[in-house]
Design a protein around this ligand. Structure first.
Ligand SMILES: C[S@@+](CC[C@H](N)C(=O)[O-])C[C@H]1O[C@@H](n2cnc3c(N)ncnc32)[C@H](O)[C@@H]1O
Length: 363
């Protein structure tokens, strides 16, 4: 097990270096050295039950360090850009001393923190989902009743409040309020259709096994702590989205998607299109959960009427780390229980790049 932990630290250090986070690389580097020297990190994670790499043990530790800085640890804050600090390689010994102090002093809090898996809410994915919502809105001409499974903090439920700057072969596209606190940049390759001028949303609700309550200061800080401390753009995006969501915090039910989806789609109010959607959630579900969701759609699809249509929008893949795909299946009440599947195209799992299929025929 010790070997596996050392391998996990090593792999994560290299990944942080490639992904441009020298601070997180050195936090994980500290964990490696301290673990190997039988220090506080060894005390915390030795004998880890499970696979340390799959369980993201190095990132859980790095998350706790960032959480400590955000929560006010003065000795650490000076290294975190998220706290107004700066980190240079030459400061590594001082960083390590501050980390050792934090983990030793707050051992009980660290143990508690380590129980949760890294959980982000990537608003960049809204720059892919937008095209799906726009197509659905244009096609049905009805306001959308949004239901998101695996919603995390529910920030993408506010996709219509963001400002989008999209690069495409046909020229730049802007959508949304240009004075929104959150601007998302993305590339849409292929031939993007004209977007709906306005997309009306009548209600927003989500579910998650571990919903993040943005009104709870600790949970909010934890969400912030998963964004690496020297990635100011990602942090700014998260804070801007939180600012938008704060105006009307979303309702995120603590529920397994398998049962929740059925409850949300079986009873659809008239005069709205119920859009069940998800981004990078499918790979986390077991076969029986996927089957339950597919069965719920098959059952709901038997009884769709034109004044209460149903849509399943996915920005998702089959396995983690794979290219995702943007697609939707729509039941209008006039196209039979199979409905119609529309595949828009493959996209980057973080939502920075969408390739619209040549045979995609927009509304
Ligand atoms: C990679 S995150 C994506 C979060 C969000 N959709 C986004 O795009 O930022 C996957 C989310 O799915 C949730 N999840 C995993 N299994 C679930 C299940 N069976 N039911 C509900 N949510 C689940 C996780 O808790 C996590 O918040």
């Amino acid at each position: 097990m010790n070997e596996k932990l050392l391998t996990a630290f090593d792999a994560q250090q290299q990944a942080c270096a490639v992904l441009g986070s020298p601070l997180t690389r050195d936090v994980v580097g500290f964990c490696y050295g301290n673990f190997a020297a039988n220090g506080i990190i060894a005390k915390l994670v030795r004998g880890w039950q499970g696979d340390p790499l799959n369980d993201n043990v190095p990132l859980r530790l790095a998350g706790f360090a960032h959480y400590g800085a955000l929560a006010g640890d003065a000795a650490l804050r000076i290294f975190y850009e998220s706290c107004g600090g700066v980190y240079e390689d030459a400061a590594r010994a001082d960083l390590e001393a501050a980390l050792e102090k934090l983990f030793s002093r707050d051992e009980a809090a660290a143990r508690k923190f380590l129980r949760s898996t890294p959980q982000t809410n990537e608003t960049g994915r809204a720059a892919m989902l937008l095209l799906g919502f726009s197509e659905i809105s244009k096609r049905l001409g009805l306001p959308l009743r949004l239901r998101e499974m695996g919603a995390s903090a529910g920030l993408n439920l506010f996709f219509d409040k963001f400002n989008y700057r999209l690069k495409s072969h046909g020229g730049d596209i802007q959508w949304g309020a240009s004075d929104s606190p959150l601007t998302l940049d993305a590339t849409w390759r292929g031939a993007p259709p004209a977007l709906a001028e306005k997309i009306e949303v009548v209600s927003r609700r989500g579910c998650d096994l571990f919903p993040v309550d943005i009104q709870n200061p600790q949970e909010r800080l934890r969400l912030e702590s998963w964004v690496w401390g020297d990635m100011p753009e990602r942090r700014a995006r998260l804070l801007a989205a939180l600012h938008i969501a704060d105006k009307a915090p979303p309702e995120i039910d603590r529920a397994d998607a398998a049962g929740w989806v059925a409850a949300q789609i079986m009873q659809r109010p008239k005069g709205a299109a119920t859009v069940l959607y998800h981004s990078i959630v499918w790979p986390y579900l077991g076969v029986s959960q996927r089957f339950a969701i597919e069965s719920a759609f098959a059952q709901a699809a038997e009884d769709v009427r034109p004044d209460a249509p149903l849509v399943w929008l996915k920005m998702d893949g089959r396995a983690l780390g794979e290219i995702a795909q943007l697609s939707y299946r729509i039941w209008t009440g006039e196209n039979g229980p199979q409905g119609e599947e529309v595949i828009i195209g493959p996209c980057h799992p973080h939502g920075v790049d969408l390739e619209i299929n040549a045979d995609f025929s927009p509304v």
